[in-house]
Design a protein around this ligand. Sequence first.
Ligand SMILES: Nc1ncnc2c1ncn2[C@@H]1O[C@H](COP(=O)(O)OP(=O)(O)OP(=O)(O)O)[C@@H](O)[C@H]1O
Length: 283
Amino acid sequence: MALIDVEDLHFRYPRAAEPVLAGVSCAFCEGERVAILAGNAGGKTTLARWIAGLLPEGMLTAERGLVRMEGRPWSDWPPAERAAAVQFVGQVPAQQMTGCAFTVAEEIAFGPCNLALPEAEVRRRVEEALAVCNLGHLARRDPFTLSGGEQQRLSIAAALAMRPRVLVLDEPTSNLDPESREAFIAQLAALPDALTVILFEVALRPSLALATRFMLLDRGRILADGSAGEVLLHPRTVELLGLPPTAEAAQAVAEAGLWPPGLPLPLTLRSAIEAFEVAHAQG
Ligand SMILES: Nc1ncnc2c1ncn2[C@@H]1O[C@H](COP(=O)(O)OP(=O)(O)OP(=O)(O)O)[C@@H](O)[C@H]1O
């Protein structure tokens, strides 16, 4: 059984002319690393919130369809159980701080304390989350004195301390400068293997660094679902998001007639180097 499944989800904000989600169906298995790509205003935050069980809420209900975790609709989950099953990290780090912790360690402890876990278990989780997110040296700092990149790592650490089975990330690097973004992307690689990660992105680099499965959300539907090559080189993805820089460079080389025939366009620097090695070996 899928860990999370989205069934024929149709959703429109009140008074909006067009639906944001117009029949989204997809499923995610335990331990999968998935990137869901869309252009701006393409419905990423909306679908991310549905998948994380933060919607429906109040008047924001589905016209049709639903999202289930382990076969149970999210609406059947008590909030504390849902928070222990799935965590959501959004775009603006400062907005995700609780505002009631004096130190980074306290910020991470906030969620586990709310689950009324024994003190030793809370301490263990805080230590682990500090280590995974490389924040040990900042444990005693005031969260609001951290840089944006450090705060975003703290958001992930606080989410991990809840020991969720699913982590939903909504454009987590969009407010980071290039150096912080690289540090954050490196951190994504250190996430626990068993964790299911669903990353919503407009940027291709973090998606390529994390995901093994890609989807394109376009006009409220999942238009493509597959490997990096299948989805990132899909004409509609290229139209909306452009090519990854490595593929763009390789395409220019190919247009000049210099790319070895039969070799697919590389999506990452590593695959470009491998392609050059193959070409070199073939003379
Ligand atoms: N609370 C709301 N009420 C009405 N319309 C909304 C609301 N939230 C989002 N929308 C609209 O729904 C559409 C999709 O928004 P959403 O934030 O899900 O897209 P996105 O892909 O995350 O966008 P971006 O990349 O710009 O962050 C947009 O047209 C947006 O204006």
